[in-house]
Design a protein around this ligand. Sequence first.
Ligand code: 4AD
Ligand code: MG
Length: 460
Amino acid sequence: MRTRVKQALQAQKPQNGLVLKGWVRTKRESKGVVFLELNDGSCRGNLQIVADSSMICAEGFEGINTGAAVLAEGDLVPSPGRGQKWELKAGSIQVLGYADPKPYPLQKKRHSDEFLRSIAHLRPRTNKYGAMNRIRSELSFAVHHYFRDHGFNYIHSPIITGSDCEGAGEMFLVTALDLEQPAVRKKPVDFALDFFGKKAHLTVSGQLPAESLACALGDVYTFGPVFRAENSNTPKHAAEFWMVEPEMAFADLDEIMDMSQDLVQSLTRHIMNNCSEDMELFTRFVDQSLEERLERVSSRPFERISYSMVLEVLQKSKKNFEFPLEWGLDLQTEHERYLCEEYFQGPVMVYNYPLELKPFYMRVNDDQTTAAAMDVLLPRVGEIIGGSQREERLEVLDHRIREAGLDPEEYWWYRDLRRYGSVPHAGFGLGFERLLMFITGASNIRDVIPFPRTPNALEF
Ligand code: 4AD
Ligand code: MG
């Protein structure tokens, strides 16, 4: 049985005959003794392995360099060195996999994020991306815990879909047709011949199927990958990202605003309380104001402001925005930043957007000009959550579907939910990567997901 570095570092007393396996971070030699810093990914810390030079230099062992995988067997003893409580006095060391130091790219202590993106398959071996991936894992479990604690059922929305949830036409086509075939190349392609007998896409959101389950199980959520072919090459957009989507029967706009705030605050607090060693790295090397900001966001209520009030606030600001906001236009990053970072200096929920800005499924307010929609904006990352109360009235829904240029027939099953036992219901989608950016201070979405998918980038 191997002992993990994390367990060894937390030991309460010396232990004999431990086996550790991991990758060598550094090797240093002094007076006939070799010191290896061993990391196995179980935590940010390394365990120091101390061995006789004679053992290390036995056949082939001089090849143990940064990046090599080794098995070290020995006794865990108090370390006389500074900065660590324990070290492993090795009785034997076995090389599991050599790493040729010449081409191995992770030799330096620090590398730029841009460089590490080009070796995404190796970057989890660095301190920073080890920490990032551990936090990502912990945050995923925290999401599930949160909803389980609140009595939600975890459901699975399909990834292949026949409908465009957001109606934005930013979908990847899924086909089993051989597009090189002359029969298929003739235009227009006849998708009746395709696998599903119709055109299929990767879903942009799990919401529509989630509504069906919410209207049976009450409170449900999905947490899975979604796909968007929007060609916006920004630090906040990925073509494949993970979304957390709760959907609640009998709920209205106010309830999802309350839950959005509680969810973001609980998840933030969970990471602060459970990932302190890894979070310390981000506070030290990425953003020194991180801890203070997370503390503030997780303890103070979020501001709530209607879209029309936002217009007034921006007009009164006398700021020279590149894209001045007018009724019917979407908020740009510069507006989001002004609201969160200057005007309110904290998270903001904007609600009641102009109808024409929002998809067909959002509930039409009594003023007939706004939708019961809300977005949560956070300092630095901007929009992190988008949600709404859903249109539960069949006639209104049909009208909105037609207005969007869609065919009500195609949404027959979604319309059925309004024909049989229709109830007010509401939900939202939280961008998992955007939350990770907020929590770690990372400024590029490419750095919070192990293998980012963005325009012209599909190396790994
Ligand atoms: O606001 P959006 O488009 O909402 C929906 O898709 C709804 N159907 C969700 C629902 O009500 N169940 O997306 C939700 C969130 C955004 O606020 C943002 O955080 C994130 O998903 N997001 C992206 N994250 C990374 N890359 C992209 N290209 C993203 N597009 C949206
Ligand atoms: Mg949105």
